[in-house]
Write a protein that binds this ligand. Structure first.
Ligand code: COA
Length: 347
């Protein structure tokens, strides 16, 4: 055994590799054609538009129409196709595709492999990253660092979930929140070393898994569960516990990222946040005094689309011309696992 005291202090941040920055060349997104409004949900379960909107800020969510051929894979493919088009690149220019998702059409092979085949990415490496709502931001950080250390030059990063496929539409505590969406970005190496991720936080606490999970087997279900509502293959959520975790973690995540970057909150030009619940976003906005125009919200018309939510928000902002060179953009997410993550970029 080697003596640990002889090794480098692993808690110290790694020095940046000189001579290489990272840029987001382009973005894309895809939402399915179907819409499910609060009023339509109120025909299925005992709820109302007023109850849902007051507690979540959601009016409607997007849902895949399988009869029209829409699925997780089609949304992933379309979103990366859009990001490549904006980047003026072909799929074969990529050397890696990472797809953050937990709702793959196929358990095997990975969605990333199938997207690579659909778009003609040749022999680019491809894998999925399963981290629920954190899937995209975790993947963004991994992709950034692979480029920064020099092993890859161009990476397509997708975030997509089609939670409708694992939603029990008789469980009103869950079905009101989630919808389907995808977004993607293309990252590239650049000689401008000032560009790229300047601070990131990646965390998880698996002891909280039972507050938001999907059982595959009956043995997965914790003993003290409400057996009337639990369904195999459907998302289970302790809404109150997740709300409590999300409000405090989201705020700590912002503080920790700013501290790592040694920046005040005013230095951030845009907050691109996971759209879990409008009240959670609003609590953070008020606590940090963030102007409304700096914290993007689309949950009212999209719902919570898990790994799709952050890249979809980014693409909507990008298409609206609101992401400009020189800006500092903070990506933030938290979700099942439980997991939480941030990525602060200098554009
Ligand atoms: N419509 C009407 N009533 C509902 C309802 C619905 N859709 N869902 C639950 N209720 C009822 C409950 O049965 C309960 O009734 P009771 O008091 O008679 O028992 C009451 O409303 C309160 O239920 P509760 O679960 O405590 O509601 P809540 O105020 O915590 O709101 C959520 C529920 C899901 C909106 C809220 O907990 C939440 O947003 N949590 C965070 C979820 C999240 O962000 N998840 C994703 C993380 S990535």
């Amino acid at each position: 055994m080697s003596d640990p005291s002889k090794h480098a202090n692993l808690s110290r941040p790694l020095p940046a590799i000189p001579g290489r920055g990272v840029v987001i060349l382009g973005s894309g997104s895809a939402v399915p054609s179907g819409e499910l409004t609060n009023d339509e949900l109120a025909d299925i379960v005992q709820t109302s538009d007023e109850w849902i909107f007051q507690r979540t800020g959601i009016r409607k969510r997007r849902i895949c129409d399988h009869a029209k051929g829409e699925s997780n894979l089609t949304l992933c493919t379309e979103s990366l196709r859009g990001a490549l088009a904006q980047s003026n690149l072909k799929a074969s220019d990529l050397d890696l595709i990472i797809c953050g998702t937990i709702t793959q059409d196929f358990r095997c092979p990975s969605t990333a492999c199938l997207v690579a085949a659909n778009l003609g990415a040749g022999t680019a490496a491809a894998w999925d990253l399963g981290a629920a709502c954190c899937g995209f931001v975790y993947s963004l950080n991994v992709a950034h660092d692979l480029i920064r250390i020099g092993t890859h030059r161009r990476i397509g990063v997708i975030g997509c979930d089609t939670i409708s496929a694992i939603t029990d539409y008789t469980n009103r505590g869950v079905c009101i929140l989630f919808g389907d969406a995808a977004g993607a970005v293309v990252l590239s190496a650049t000689d401008d070393t000032t560009k790229g991720c300047i601070a990131q936080v990646n965390k998880a606490n698996g002891t909280g898994w039972h507050d938001l999970y999907m059982p595959t087997w009956i043995e997965n279900i914790p003993e003290n569960s409400d057996w009337n509502t639990v369904r195999i293959g459907c998302l289970q959520m302790n809404g109150k516990a997740v709300f409590k975790f999300a409000v405090s973690t989201f705020q700590e995540l912002i503080s920790e990222t700013l501290a790592k970057a040694d920046l005040p909150v005013e230095a951030i030009d845009m907050f691109v946040c996971h759209q879990s619940n409008a009240r959670i976003l609003e609590a953070a906005r008020e606590k940090f005094g963030i102007p409304t125009e700096k914290l993007y919200v689309n949950i009212d018309r999209i719902g919570n689309s898990s790994a799709g939510s952050v890249p979809l928000c980014f693409d909507e902002l990008n298409k609206a011309g609101k992401i400009k060179p020189g800006m500092k953009v903070l990506f933030l997410a938290f979700g099942a696992g439980v997991t939480w993550t941030s990525s602060l970029w200098q554009f």
